[in-house]
Design a binder for this molecule. Structure first.
Ligand SMILES: N[C@@H](CCC(=O)N[C@@H](CS)C(=O)NCC(=O)O)C(=O)O
Length: 212
């Protein structure tokens, strides 16, 4: 069977995986999991991902979860084009750039965390958005510095890599929440370069959104 991606069009974690599947030209089917309808909490979906989060990639023999683990698997199983340099030091730097988004921005801006702010502390929409922007700015401020020496046009240099696959969805989300991006010349340039790559453009939420 071809891989089945349990996906949500606006999920940045799923968007990362779509980018890498497309860059590696791995054919896949997509099953939409509507987070606005709590489809991620149905027993059927929880049997695939007990965390109740998208994405999950069903390979038939097994189901993979966690976008970075899925991308690492894809990079090993489908080595071209490479997402993570084999050189240990270069690979560590690329992972550090990616994890600045994946581990340190995204988890605390996730839907379930924003909902918890409301349930536990009574945060209104303005407070949720302020929280969201605070953590995006904190992370992107650091990432801009961490990527300044990248030769470009992509964070990966002449070709997009894991860091680009994480950056593009994060920049999409930052725009959605009105985070000013002009203070990040390196990141906006890399995002523009990556977004123009047809395989990455094809993963954009507007291109995969199911009809209402
Ligand atoms: N670390 C996980 C995070 C996955 C994640 O947080 N997915 C979000 C969408 S971007 C989700 O499913 N949220 C549902 C919820 O918060 O209830 C990964 O990288 O796959």
């Amino acid at each position: 069977m071809i891989p089945v991606l349990y996906d949500y069009w606006r999920s940045s974690a799923a968007y990362r995986v779509r980018i890498v599947l497309n860059l590696k030209r791995v054919a896949y089917d997509s099953v939409p999991i509507d987070l606005t309808r709590e489809a991620q909490r149905t027993p059927d979906y929880l049997s695939r991902n007990p965390q109740g989060l998208v994405p999950a990639l069903d390979l038939g023999a097994t189901v993979l979860t966690q976008s970075l683990a899925i991308i690492e698997y894809l990079d090993t199983a489908y080595p071209n084009p490479a997402m993570i340099p084999v050189d240990p030091l270069a690979g560590a730097h690329v992972r550090a750039q990616a994890l600045t988004i994946v581990a340190d921005i995204h988890p605390i801006d996730n839907l379930r965390v924003l909902n918890r702010l409301t349930e536990q502390f009574g945060a209104d929409q303005a407070a949720r958005e302020d929280w969201y922007r605070h953590w995006v700015v904190t992370g992107l401020d650091a990432l801009e510095v961490m990527t300044t020496s990248s030769p470009g046009p992509f964070l990966g240099g002449m070709a997009p890599n894991l860091a680009d696959a994480c950056l593009v969805p994060q920049m999409y989300n930052a725009r959605r929440f009105g985070v000013p991006l002009d203070r990040y010349p390196r990141l906006t340039a890399a995002d523009a370069a990556a977004s123009a790559v047809p395989e990455i453009a094809a993963a954009h939420p507007d291109r995969v959104r199911p009809p209402a």
